[in-house]
Design a protein around this ligand. Structure first.
Ligand code: ZN
Length: 396
């Protein structure tokens, strides 16, 4: 037990030192000692180990404060590479990055729907392709999956999109892909939150919420004190079916008035189909109703079609009600809104922000920035990369 404790302490100190160098907070041994409150000999010893491991390099002498100029240290962003993967309903996608989350290469394969084998095969193909293209040793593999995920065991308990139940994803990836690198699995929206926090518009804030409003559904990811908040069984942020509309719009879950039924991509397509019949002057009515896509709606909003713009504002209002609730529950510094619905632009965001201002105590609302997501379709894979950086090196 004593041995384990000494080992843990050493690892903790190592993480403090590498994080100080990684973030650029301290770049000389003396500054690191001051920053981390570790003794100079401890810092020198750890820096020696990090230099030997290739994670850190000496970059040259700094400015002298009278005596011998200090040797400055820099993080070696290329010491390892990381693979981030995302299993989507349509495609499995992934990327190889350096230790700053800079994407070096991407890969994509179709996910076969409702069939464990097919989806896993697509994911393994992406992984194989990326492994073959990695040019440095792998620090780890992060995987983003939809549904209820037990992140500690890497098991997907339930995913409606993929038809998965109690799938030991981490174990299966390790065996089927024959991988020895550490594997981290978490829910896609949780990882989207982490991705934006670390590499996107989250700006590293400690309390943050992301709302992903996509074509298939709506979910939230919550970060509290710098860490993903999972809840008791991994279900935190499952806001798609919270009651939000007081009228009886039917939802795919069998209930009525759910957030998803009024503000997701599929809800917008349905509303646009209805509007196309009711408003023959709208450009929406020039489209064939059964081949309507979300992209049609987005283009009509962009072109300023008044009916489409009203639909975008309506979705913004419903999402705004959900965001107001989240702000009052979590009191975050930032709320990031992503997913295809967020591409509806200014009418959508304006309506969302107005609704939040109207339904939140101004003391809370004034301190919460609401921003569109910035990482696009890379967001989940980059969140998975951040998870590896956090788990293996404690860097973010
Ligand atoms: Zn529902």
């Amino acid at each position: 037990l004593r041995k384990a404790t000494a080992q843990q302490l050493k690892e903790h100190n190592q993480r403090l030192v590498s994080k100080a160098i990684y973030t650029g907070q301290a770049t000389s041994r003396a500054a690191i000692a001051q920053e981390t409150r570790l003794t100079r000999p401890t810092v020198s010893q750890i820096v020696g180990e990090l230099l030997q491991a290739g994670l850190v390099q000496e970059v040259g002498p700094g400015a002298s404060s009278g005596g011998k100029p200090p040797m400055l240290l820099g993080f070696n962003d290329d010491a390892y590479q990381i693979i981030g993967l995302h299993v989507g309903g349509r495609n499995s996608i992934g990327a190889v990055t350096d230790l700053r989350g800079r994407i070096l290469t991407r890969a994509v394969q179709p996910s076969a729907r409702s069939e464990d084998e097919g989806v896993l095969l697509g994911l393994c193909l992406v992984l194989d392709e990326l492994r073959a293209q990695a040019t440095r040793p792998l620090l780890g593999i992060g995987v983003s999956a939809p549904g209820l995920v037990d992140y500690e065991r890497g098991v997907v308990h339930y995913s409606a999109n993929l038809g998965w139940r109690d799938l030991p994803l981490k174990e299966q990836l390790a065996t089927r892909c024959g991988d020895r690198a550490p594997i981290f699995v978490d829910n896609d929206t949780n990882l989207a939150a982490l991705g934006e926090r670390v590499f996107g518009v989250g700006g590293g804030v400690d309390n943050m919420v992301i709302v992903m409003a996509g074509t298939r559904g709506i979910g939230a990811g919550v970060i509290i004190n710098g860490e993903i908040y999972h809840g008791t069984t991994g279900g935190a942020g499952e806001i798609g079916h919270m009651p939000i509309a007081d009228h009886g719009v039917p939802c795919v879950c069998g209930r009525q008035g759910c957030l998803e039924a009024v503000a997701s991509g599929w809800a917008l397509i349905r509303r646009a189909q209805e509007a196309a019949v009711l408003y023959p002057n709208s450009t929406l009515s020039t489209l064939a109703p059964d081949t309507f896509t979300f992209e049609n709606v987005r283009q009509a909003v962009e072109a300023g079609d008044p009916v489409a713009v009203a639909l975008a504002r309506e979705a913004g209002r419903y999402l705004g009600l959900a965001v107001a609730t989240l702000i009052s529950t979590v009191n975050p510094q930032r709320v990031v809104v992503g997913g295809s619905v967020s591409e509806l632009g200014e009418p959508f965001f304006d309506s969302l922000r107005c609704t939040v201002a109207e339904h939140t105590l101004s003391l809370l609302a004034d301190q919460t920035e609401i921003l569109p997501a910035s990482l696009g379709t890379d967001v989940n894979a980059l969140g998975a990369v951040a998870q590896v950086l956090m788990g293996e090196l404690g860097l973010v």
